[in-house]
Design a protein around this ligand. Structure first.
Ligand code: ATP
Ligand code: MG
Length: 754
């Protein structure tokens, strides 16, 4: 294809261009937030394509699925021709999944493996704990056990290795037993958990490097948060040509608690001694005021090497630090402020422009309630995840069983949902019988339904229920397999038929009481998503098949629908960790507000950002041992904002444990102090910005973010001129044409000189 390379380089600064076009084999682009790392990485991919590299020979690992989608859209704009759809692009987990699906058989993995999501993992662990009557004291709850297992796996310690080290220290604890049984249960159910996806892919590529013999370049975003397994995967992906580009920022490393290795940056330079390091120093994202505040936070890390960051935007509006009497009041205040901002700018801001970034999911729920009450459309990037909603999860589990009935976890959840007259005893008997015969529960269920075996504890009604269940699953499987149509619409029809057969609507109405309309809408949304996704797969628009390599191809022949279903289920399982679907919005162009955890907001940006819960105990978290990581977390959150940043905290919190009210203070650890930032009173304000201030910002030439939206007949632009609002904040907007930052007379910004 003839591609205009100028288009790829357009709008980049000199250093960015050099990085994009660099001939270096191994390149590290290390730079602060908003300096265009992701943009540079994206352009480098486009550059490679423009220079004729085959997209199927390029691996790009992004941090979220959303990020890879955005990257593809950008590349498509620069290059076009649909090349972006043939890239091997996605999160490490999704890329690993694709390799395992195609080549897993080379290491004895069944092609139709399922992915154990968070609820599968904790269901398995909970069952093991119950069955063996292990004590749940000493942090032995399912969540803790799962993270311990996950941390061991991220450090590549297998069960056997772990037990060996434990034996040496003569320490035979329950944890080793749970870990062992957990692995066994996963295997019996033909499931891989998230860590396994990476580990098995590592096994695969070590044993069969030919699987990636075609790969010419490997590019990785957010490298500072990769773990040891991902590092090794990177090296293996690249093994044929050793051409690697990574971008990252040590100041934004926030996954240490999940075994991310900041040491990977150094390790990479050791493995590839000819690594070239590039630094970008200009911030294109945030107003100078927001950038200054954020730097105040990160610079409290005394061990951090000094770095240059230059703002390219005007000072802008002071970030707001606000104390509210309770977290309920805090959520209400945010909702009000969102509406006020829209109103005072004549709806210049859409809800798409706004994000609320929270430390934890529980805070998100209070905010959700307020958004619902004020009718503000929102999407969750975290919190109660879409695929984990009870009414959606059940449908998903039915499809997982249809895809692979040996998936015991999914099967156990739907066997009696809707009710089929099976009690706890029946469940125990069924899984015991499966365990004894060393076969799947599905096999026992089929036999019991036929009356071939007698399972104690199951009534006649239960037997009837089971045989109906078996029939429905089989019929649905047949529908998928025999369908010749290439039209993904039929998937929707098959799912609908399945739901009718099990009277799902009645079940949702009766059993999952309340909010029937909402719940049923989720089910319909889910079906629509399945149809959409499978449609994209079948037309090769999404997740195009991996190219054939010198390794042996995939022997599994499946119908196109089944293949598409498998990919959809994998995507749903992986999505549930991080992202929900796009919310529908109100359809009037006002957009959808985003609620996300800080962790999931990494790499993203919004004109307006709220960070509630900035109090001691939340950030830094009371259970966090690494205060440096807590500080970086706040830094990551603050640097998402482009124009307006709001930090808030409740002054009191009801403590469920002690049953009393706790007084709270703004974020203030030994090393993070929001109050300190306040002393720069001309940067942080206790008050929300006035209409005039917002107006002045929009008018200021330095803040171009919103400029193209302001039309002459827009009410806001008719206010005209700067207002007195600025005077209260100690600083006039600087020269209206320059991009450079000017030092304020009070000296508050001296931190800027690099
Ligand atoms: P983070 O560390 O948060 O992931 P980043 O370094 O990846 O940030 P990007 O997201 O790539 O930064 O860029 C931040 C913003 O700056 C984006 O809106 C991007 O389009 C813009 N940008 C990047 N480079 C330039 C440039 N040379 N001129 C104008 N805008 C730019
Ligand atoms: Mg980025």
């Amino acid at each position: 294809a003839l591609v205009d390379v100028d288009q790829v380089l357009e709008g980049l600064n000199k250093v960015q261009r050099e990085a994009v076009t660099s001939e270096a084999e191994v390149l590290q682009i290390l730079a602060p937030p908003g300096s265009g790392k992701t943009r540079t990485l994206t352009s480098r991919v486009a550059w490679m394509l423009a220079n004729g590299m085959n997209p199927s020979n390029i691996i790009v690992a992004t941090f979220t699925n959303k990020a890879s989608k955005e990257m593809k859209e950008r590349i498509s704009k620069m290059i076009g021709g649909g090349l972006e759809n043939r890239l091997i692009i996605g999160t490490f987990h999704s890329i690993a999944t694709r390799y395992l699906r195609k080549y897993g058989h080379l290491i004895g993995l069944p092609g139709a493996f399922g992915i154990a999501d968070t609820s599968d993992s904790s269901a398995i662990i909970t069952r093991i704990i119950k069955k063996n009557k292990y004590s749940t004291m000493d942090g032995n709850d399912a969540g803790n056990i799962k993270s311990r297992i996950s941390n061991l796996k991220s450090k590549m310690q297998s069960v056997d290795e772990y037990i060996a080290t434990q034996k040496k220290s003569n320490h035979n604890d329950e944890f080793s037993k749970i870990y062992t049984q957990y692995e066994k249960e996963l295997k019996n159910s033909n499931l891989l958990d998230f860590d396994d996806l990476l580990l098995r892919c590592l096994d695969l590529l070590r044993a069969h490097p030919l699987c990636v013999s075609n790969i010419e370049a490997v590019l990785i975003d957010e490298f500072q948060d990769t773990n040891l397994v991902q590092f090794d995967l990177m090296c293996l992906f690249a093994s044929r040509r050793d051409r690697i580009t990574i971008v990252g920022d040590p100041d934004q490393s926030i996954y240490g608690f999940r075994s991310a290795e900041i040491g990977n940056l150094k390790a990479m330079q050791e493995v590839y001694p000819h690594t070239i390091v590039v630094n970008l120093e200009e911030n294109y994202r945030s107003s100078a005021a927001i950038l200054t505040c954020s730097l105040e936070v990160i610079q409290q890390d005394k061990a951090r090497p000094a770095k240059g960051i230059t703002p390219t935007h005007e000072l802008g509006i002071s970030p707001v630090l606000r104390e509210l009497p309770s977290s309920d009041a805090e959520a209400r205040w945010i909702a009000q402020e969102v509406l006020r901002l829209r109103a005072l700018t004549g709806n210049l801001f859409t809800f798409d422009d706004i994000a609320i970034l929270v430390r934890s999911g529980s805070l998100a729920r209070e905010i959700e309630t307020q958004m619902t009450q004020k009718r503000i459309p929102y999407r969750l990037l975290a919190g109660i995840r879409f695929f984990e909603r009870a009414e959606v999860k059940t449908v998903l589990d039915y499809l997982r069983v249809v895809f692979d009935p040996n998936n015991n976890e999914a099967l156990l959840r739907i066997l009696n949902t809707p009710r089929r007259g099976l009690g706890d005893k029946a469940f125990r008997e069924l899984s015991d019988a499966a365990g004894k015969k060393d076969t799947s529960i599905w096999n026992i269920v089929q036999k019991a339904a036929r009356g071939d075996i007698k399972v104690v504890g199951i009534s006649n009604a239960g037997i009837t229920g089971l045989s109906k269940f078996v029939k429905v699953i089989r019929e649905t499987q047949n529908a998928f397999q025999s369908e010749q149509s290439q039209d993904s619409e039929v998937i929707g029809k098959i799912i609908q038929t399945l739901l009718e057969k099990i009277d799902y609507k009645i079940y949702v109405g009766e059993k999952l009481q309340g909010e029937f309309e909402d719940r049923w809408q989720h089910v319909e949304e889910f079906i629509a998503q399945a149809v959409d996704f499978c449609g994209n797969v079948m037309t090769g628009f999404d997740e195009a098949d991996l190219p054939d390599t010198e390794a042996e191809g995939n022997p599994v022949e499946e119908s196109a629908l089944i293949t598409a279903l498998g990919k959809f289920l994998a995507t749903a399982a992986l999505a549930s960790v991080k992202e929900g679907p796009e919310a529908a919005g109100s359809g009037d162009g006002s957009g959808v507000l985003t609620i996300s955890t800080i962790h999931n907001a990494k790499g993203l940006e919004w004109p307006i950002v709220f960070i509630p819960g900035c109090y001691n105990g939340s950030i830094p978290h009371s259970r966090a041992d690494d205060h440096d990581e807590e500080r970086r977390l706040l830094y990551v959150a603050m640097t998402r904002a482009q124009v307006l940043l709001y930090l808030s905290y409740p002054s009191k919190l009801w403590d469920r444990k002690s049953g009393s009210t706790r007084r709270l203070m703004a974020t203030r650890g030994p090393d993070i102090t929001l109050e300190k930032i306040l002393s720069f009173s001309n940067i942080v304000s206790r008050e929300c910005p006035t209409r005039e201030m917002v107006q002045a910002t929009i008018n200021a030439a330095g803040l171009l973010i919103l400029e193209d939206r302001v039309e002459s007949d827009d009410p806001i632009s008719q206010i005209g001129g700067y207002s007195k609002g600025w005077d209260n904040y100690g600083s006039q907007p600087q020269n209206s044409s320059g991009r450079g930052f000017q030092r304020s007379s009070s000296g508050g910004f001296s931190t800027y000189s690099s």
